[in-house]
Design a protein around this ligand. Structure first.
Ligand code: CA
Length: 224
């Protein structure tokens, strides 16, 4: 999952970026509203964290512009101002949730996870597919009631495919949502991870290759 942080305060921006990275997210950072608007329009974004008080383009105007451009990823607003007018202003502009600074990092992560999950159409943190279940708040996958041993990156691949189950996900989409902008991408590496995931789920096959198009995650219908 790829998160865009738009925050002009350098310390907070770096703190947020490292917090999200340590929670398994790929992170892009924008230092003002103008850059944020550009990244938000051009990058593949799964959710954005937007400070309201931004130079160049104000947070509210930025959110309005993204929504006008039909960019519909979830947006969590950060505001240093605790007046209700600011919160309402952010939500009215098209944001999905807000946090007032200072905030607990656990709360930020929990709200962000919930926003991403809900935007993919899942109301609860546990996503299931046949005998496989994924607890997106604890970052744990369970197959036949046994916790799977997954590396952080294997988990990320599995989570993205499961959130988008029954839909064909191309390799480039998967790469774009799992890696940051300046990362050296190699789709062969991705194939290795998918291969390892498949192996860990054998004999069931949840990840089908759709030739020339990508992967589709769905229950193994051949299994009894
Ligand atoms: Ca600010």
């Amino acid at each position: 999952m790829r998160i865009l942080i738009i925050e002009d305060e350098p310390n907070l921006r770096e703190q947020l970026a490292s917090l999200l990275r340590s929670n398994g997210y790929a992170v892009d950072v924008a230092i003002d509203g103008k850059e944020g608007l550009y990244f938000g329009s051009e990058y593949p974004v799964d959710a954005a964290i937007v400070d309201l008080g931004l130079p160049e383009v104000d947070g509210i105007d930025l959110i309005k512009a993204l929504r006008r451009a039909k960019r519909d990823f979830p947006i969590l607003v950060l505001t240093a101002r605790s007046q209700w007018q600011d919160k309402v202003g952010g939500l009215d502009a098209g944001a999905d949730d807000y946090l007032t600074k200072p905030f607990q990092t656990e709360e930020l992560i929990a709200r962000l996870n919930a926003l991403i999950r809900r935007s993919a159409g899942h109301a609860t943190p546990v996503i299931t597919c046949a005998d496989l279940s994924l607890d997106t708040s604890r970052k744990i996958a369970t197959l036949h009631d046994t916790e799977m041993e997954l590396t952080a990156f294997e988990y990320k691949v599995l989570e993205y495919l499961m959130l988008n189950q029954e839909r064909i996900v191309s390799k480039s989409e998967l790469t774009e949502h799992l890696y940051e902008q300046d990362f050296d991408r190699d789709s062969n590496v991705l194939e290795v991870f998918v291969g390892r995931l498949r192996k860990k789920m054998t004999p069931l096959n949840f990840i089908r290759t759709v030739r020339g198009q990508g992967y589709r995650f769905s229950p193994d219908k051949s299994a009894g």
